[in-house]
Design a protein. Structure first.
Length: 222
């Protein structure tokens, strides 16, 4: 699921949430977000020196980077606007993760297929001139890749199994016999995405920081 789809779902899940400031003492904070009268999709964001934790219906994560972790997750209004209302930086933020409930990354078969197709296309392009017809063996080679490699990702959600099939693949005749997936294991990260729950929690943190800052701004103006 794309970040945009997760953001859309996050907005639906939290449309009626209100923020309660349970604690606000320097970098010691406890922000609670609930729909009044229910815990459904509720979450809490807590900070203390060098740490931020989020807990709730969608799981838990703990991050560590700066003394004040709200500063770490704080983004400009312009950046939020360009991202459709809430900006997150999953790759960078995940580097500061020190504890997490459940898996952070999941294997995506469609990304595995895209990588296989890119390798195949590069190989075929290197074996014929730009204006020439495709090599006679290209369709047969792709069929073998479909049968012996891509069928693994269709039947299983195990990245290790899929990569092993890719690493061990050798054409069984008919042309293109020197084709190999030489960098399969190195490309593993490109075949994974952050899980829905982890991405949802990142949006929750971004929302919490934005709401907290808005409250502080209103207090100063008053």
């Amino acid at each position: 699921m794309s970040n945009e789809n997760v953001l859309e779902q996050f907005r639906k899940d939290t449309a009626s949430h209100v923020m309660e400031v349970v604690m606000d003492n320097g970098v010691y904070r406890h922000l609670r977000f609930r729909k009044p009268g229910t815990y459904c999709y509720g979450f809490d964001v807590m900070t203390w020196p060098d740490h931020l934790a989020i807990t709730g219906d969608m799981g838990a994560s703990v991050f560590s980077r700066l003394h004040d972790m709200l500063q770490f997750f704080r983004e400009t209004p312009e950046r939020h606007d360009r991202a459709g209302g809430l900006f997150i930086n999953p790759g960078y933020w995940a580097e500061k993760l020190v504890a997490n409930n459940g898996e952070r990354l999941e294997f995506r078969p469609e990304l595995f297929r895209e990588y296989a197709k890119e390798c195949f296309d590069e190989f075929v392009d290197s074996h014929h001139e730009e204006d020439a017809a495709k090599p006679y063996w290209s369709d047969r080679l792709w069929d073998q890749i479909e049968d012996e490699v891509l069928s693994i990702s269709d039947d299983h959600e195990d990245l290790r199994m899929a990569l092993n099939a890719m690493h061990e693949f050798e054409p069984n005749g008919g042309g293109g016999d020197d084709f190999r997936f030489h960098d399969a294991w190195e490309a593993a990260s490109s075949m994974q995405q952050h899980t829905f729950h982890f991405t949802w929690r990142l949006y929750a943190i971004a929302h919490a920081v934005k709401e907290y800052d808005a409250l502080k701004t209103q207090a100063v103006a008053a």
